[in-house]
Design a protein around this ligand. Structure first.
Ligand code: 5GP
Ligand code: ZN
Length: 113
């Protein structure tokens, strides 16, 4: 499958992987928009949030839990951070493999769109 994040999961494209378990991995965004900018993704190819089935929905809670742990590890738990999942074209999703952004380390804009 021609999916850049599946290739990162498979180790076919190098990335700065900082966390992995059976369900998910996390790595640094290649074009960071903040001092801390990590991506948390499921190993499974789920194209977007809109494709997530109810049976798979616990995966998102797992991703939030990973993000919280990584935020603590990156030292931004107290200062604050933002978790973002873009969904679909108008939601600003460029890579069609479900992913959660963890952004922090600076004061983020209040804009939501
Ligand atoms: P989206 O707009 O789909 O929510 O975000 C996709 C994110 O993936 C962007 O922030 C982009 O910088 C990041 N990205 C795209 N290709 C790669 C890659 O090959 N490696 C890494 N580490 N990040 C990538
Ligand atoms: Zn994929």
């Amino acid at each position: 499958m021609d999916c850049i994040f599946c290739k990162i999961v498979a180790g076919e494209i190098p990335s700065d992987i900082i966390y992995q378990d059976e369900e998910a991995i996390a790595f640094r965004d290649i074009e960071p928009k903040a001092p801390v900018h990590l991506l948390i993704i499921p190993r499974k190819h789920i194209p977007s949030l809109a494709d997530l089935t109810e049976a798979e929905s616990s995966l998102v809670a797992h991703m939030v839990n990973i993000a919280n742990q990584l935020a603590a590890k990156e030292g931004i738990s107290a200062s604050g951070y933002r978790l973002v999942i873009n969904c679909g074209e108008q939601g600003g999703q460029l890579v069609p493999h479900l992913h959660m952004h963890l952004l922090g380390g600076r004061h983020l804009s209040g804009a939501l769109g």
